[in-house]
Design a binder for this molecule. Structure first.
Ligand code: AHM
Ligand code: MG
Length: 295
């Protein structure tokens, strides 16, 4: 049995980075335990104008407090915060970007949701995705699963009854597959997006879209295919965010042999203009992404 800690030692990760990753991984349990108590909507909006669920707010505050107290983090950018937070107690040079609870509208219907995290080692939160030091997500589904890369391949862990993570699998190789899911209304899709999806369907593609990016991506990671949230004529930048969603997930996809794009450019090379920079997202099997980019 290989634990998360054993893996981080064997990957020769710096002690303070190991401490940070393990600390974040331990928050899966309190976050999950909070699901029953915090079911309603908080009545506030985040910077993207989305209504925040109580749980979005709770998970955000919980992670902010834990990370502030750790003294390991200099800057923190959260999907639920209007500005990048700066902590003056930092003894280390890590910056964290996070979506504290992705897919939170699905909690009430008991579908899978998760926490997305990216870690930079230069003390600044707004960087290109390719500069990430580590990226991970925790999925709250039938199992509590942790998917992690420290830039040395992608590893999957599952939580046991004692809040310890054991390795399930890795390094993970994303296959070329035919699962697809797309956000935005079909009637609003651009011609290029429509053609891309139709070609996947003609090739035997199978639709799987839950409304939780992190869970939908996890399926793509294991079975191959593509997750899309396209831009539309009305919203050319789409719905999802470069810093908190695209970059950590894209870094994991790349480490597993997949790719991420806005339809024409590798998103990991894009410098964020601001914390809530939105972008169309296509993430999945390398062959499908390169086909899209050449269309
Ligand atoms: P969230 O971070 O507030 O949960 O919003 C992002 C979510 C993604 O998880 C999901 O893929 C998308 O929004 C679903 O949007 P839609 O309902 O428009 O398909
Ligand atoms: Mg999200």
């Amino acid at each position: 049995m290989i634990t998360l800690e054993n893996y981080l030692d064997s990957a020769e990760v710096a002690e303070d980075l190991k401490e940070l990753i393990v600390l974040i991984s331990k928050q899966a349990l309190p976050i999950r335990n909070a699901f029953i108590e915090n079911q309603s909507y908080a009545g506030t909006e985040n910077k993207s104008g989305e209504i925040q669920a109580e749980l979005d707010v709770w998970s955000d505050e919980h992670l902010i407090n834990v990370l502030r107290k750790s003294s390991l983090v200099r800057e923190l950018a959260s999907e639920e915060q209007p500005e990048v937070l700066k902590f003056d107690n930092a003894k280390a040079d890590y910056a964290v970007v996070m979506d504290p609870l992705d897919g939170s509208s699905l909690i009430q219907v008991n579908l899978c949701v998760g926490t997305i995290i990216g870690i930079y080692d230069n003390g600044r939160a707004l960087n290109r995705g390719e500069e990430l030091t580590a990226a991970m997500y925790m999925l709250y589904g039938p199992m509590n699963v942790l998917v992690l890369t420290v830039g040395k391949g992608v590893y999957v862990f599952a939580m046991d009854g004692e809040n310890r993570y054991k390795m399930l699998d890795g390094p993970v190789k994303m296959p070329e597959g035919k699962i697809y899911g797309s956000g935005a209304l079909r009637k609003e899709w651009t011609l290029k997006h429509k053609r891309f999806i139709e070609e996947i369907e003609e090739d035997g593609g199978k639709l799987r879209y839950s409304g939780s990016f992190v869970a939908d991506f996890h399926q793509i990671l294991r079975y191959g295919g593509v997750y899309c949230y396209p831009g539309t004529d009305k919203k050319p930048e789409g719905k999802l965010r470069l810093v908190f969603e695209a970059n950590p997930i894209g870094f994991i996809a790349k480490q597993a042999g997949g790719a991420i794009s806005d339809g024409s450019t590798n998103l990991l090379t894009v410098k964020p203009k601001k914390a809530d920079h939105k972008t169309p997202i296509y993430v999945g099997s390398a062959g499908l992404i390169s086909k899209l980019e050449s269309m």
